[in-house]
Design a protein around this ligand. Structure first.
Ligand code: NAD
Length: 472
């Protein structure tokens, strides 16, 4: 399998869509309607930067309105174009359907490299972009709700929310116009690490399916597995930190844009984060070998490879050299169609992006609901819960005439707070969706998890459109 050119994300999406469509009994015209991106907004706006006017290209694509609002991140990347944003919006539609979240898919972007601008400049660019979205009704709690993606985070979401609120002073639910905000600005505990944690929950669930573990040529559970992670940003760094600290995995390799660090005995992820904080790079981390090529990370000897940086990283060129038997796509569309075909031929198992990285949008949904309810999760129930637990402990102690073990008692009397509820909801969503995908794979005899995930998402969108009908 060769590739004459690097395919666009839209081409990769269409290939996967076509593969899945063969397993669906849906009218061809409906499928074409579902494939198409329904609204696209392409803007050029000026911002004065260091005394000169710079023109910025920016986009917002709403892929499907079968559920509203639409939902999807905002990306800051220099080479982004409308096709890329439309493909990412389409992936969002299926992602939301797979995890059963009532949103259509959307995505937005500004073509810029955030490293070239200072904080004040980035704020003005973000606020102007938000204003452009407001002017064309491409943002709003009931319309279209952005979130962070590559190059953006809590800070940009706070600016977007504030701009929207300034322009809509009488709207009661305006805080719900964007998710991924800082907790003090209407955000929710657990959102910043939600995508990485979702990848962790996906992996844990994978290892509860012995037939899949065997198909990947692996044995046992997640503990002790050797993992390489490409991209040490929001998704990659939280994922690596969590599976290292909570699952006893060995992080053998990490890559950033300027290089790879490799340590077969395992990296202390917290120490690497600290090292980058101090030196500005993961390179030359004292307890690892530094390799200058960022892509080398993909070819390291490991059990699990997690691409969590960019699209189009695993292609016909390098898929033959990937050693990991199991891949989990933290990034969106990291594998081209030809790369995917080679991996499948070689018996690799891939947990696909449209499921694996759905943790972010899942917790974004919780944040949106929290903003609409104007109350934090757990506030009403927490004290009642603690009182009931205390009564139960006292009852058990009275009947058994023994003292309850202190660590269990402390945990029970801590009560359930927002972060516990968020992680519980996220885990439920990731576990249930994985089981749905596996069931579809077995029922339809799809050859791999990606096709099954596409079938799962498409089936739900098809059903929604069939139930809704077409207006007028
Ligand atoms: P981010 O900007 O926080 O992190 C990306 C990281 O990748 C950065 O640290 C960057 O330096 C690094 N990088 C850039 N080029 C690289 C290269 N060639 N090799 C290795 N590393 C490189 O972005 P993010 O939010 O972590 O997003 C990463 C991927 O995950 C994207 O594909 C994004 O669409 C996807 N994703 C993100 C979320 C989310 O909640 N943030 C949700 C779902 C999917």
């Amino acid at each position: 399998m060769t590739e004459t050119h690097t395919p666009s994300m839209l081409e990769v999406f269409n290939d996967n869509f076509d593969r899945a469509a063969r397993y669906l009994k849906a009218p061809a015209d409906l499928l074409e309607y579902i494939r198409a991106c329904h609204s696209m907004y392409s803007i050029k706006f000026p911002v004065r930067i260091r005394g000169e006017v710079q023109i910025f290209r920016a986009y917002r694509a709403e892929h499907s309105h079968h559920r509203i609002p639409t939902k999807g991140g905002i990306r800051f990347a220099p080479d982004v174009d409308l096709d890329e944003v439309a493909a990412l919006a389409a992936l969002m539609t299926l992602k939301c359907a797979i995890v059963n979240i009532p949103f259509g898919g959307a995505k937005g972007a500004i073509a810029l490299d955030p490293r070239n601008y200072d904080v004040e400049e980035l704020e003005r660019i973000t606020r102007r972009y938000t204003t452009e979205l407001v002017r064309k009704n491409f943002i709003g709690p009931a319309v279209d709700v952005p979130a962070p993606d590559m190059g953006t985070g809590e800070r940009e979401m706070a600016w977007m929310a504030d701009t929207y609120i300034m322009l809509n002073p009488n709207e009661l639910n305006s805080m719900a116009c964007v998710t991924g905000k800082p907790v003090g600005q209407g955000g929710i505990h657990g959102r910043s690490e939600a995508t990485g944690r979702g990848v962790q929950y996906a992996l844990r669930e994978f290892f509860r399916h012995p037939e899949l573990v065997k198909a990947a040529g692996l044995q046992g559970g997640l503990t002790g597995k050797r993992i390489a992670v490409q991209g040490f940003g929001n998704v990659g760094s939280h994922f690596a930190r969590l599976v290292h600290a909570e699952d006893g995995t060995i992080i053998v390799g990490l890559a950033e844009r300027d290089g790879t660090i490799y340590a077969p005995e395992g990296l202390d992820v917290q120490a690497v984060l600290q090292w980058r904080e101090t030196t500005g790079s993961i390179k030359h981390f004292p307890d690892a070998t530094t390799l200058d090529n960022a892509k080398t990370c993909l070819e390291l000897d490991c059990d699990i490879l997690v691409p969590a940086a960019l699209q189009n990283q695993i292609t016909a060129e390098n898929a033959g050299r990937i050693k990991a038997p199991l891949l989990v796509e933290g990034a969106n569309s990291p594998t081209t169609s030809a790369g995917d075909a080679i991996l499948r031929e070689r018996g690799k198992v891939i947990i696909p992006d449209i499921y694996a990285n759905a943790g972010g949008v899942t917790v974004s949904y919780f944040e949106w609901v929290k903003n609409l309810s104007h109350m934090r999760f757990g506030l009403m129930e927490k004290r009642i819960g603690i009182r009931k637990q205390r009564q139960m402990i006292a009852g058990i102690e009275a009947v058994t005439e023994r003292t309850f073990p202190a660590p269990i008692r402390d945990e029970m009397l801590h009560g359930i707070d927002e972060i516990a509820l968020v992680n519980s909801g996220l885990e439920e969503s990731m576990v249930e969706s994985f089981q749905n995908i596996v069931e579809i794979m077995h029922q339809n005899q799809t050859p791999d998890l990606r096709t099954a995930a596409f079938v799962c998402g498409l089936h739900r969108v098809i059903t929604a459109y069939q139930e809704l009908g077409i207006w007028p």
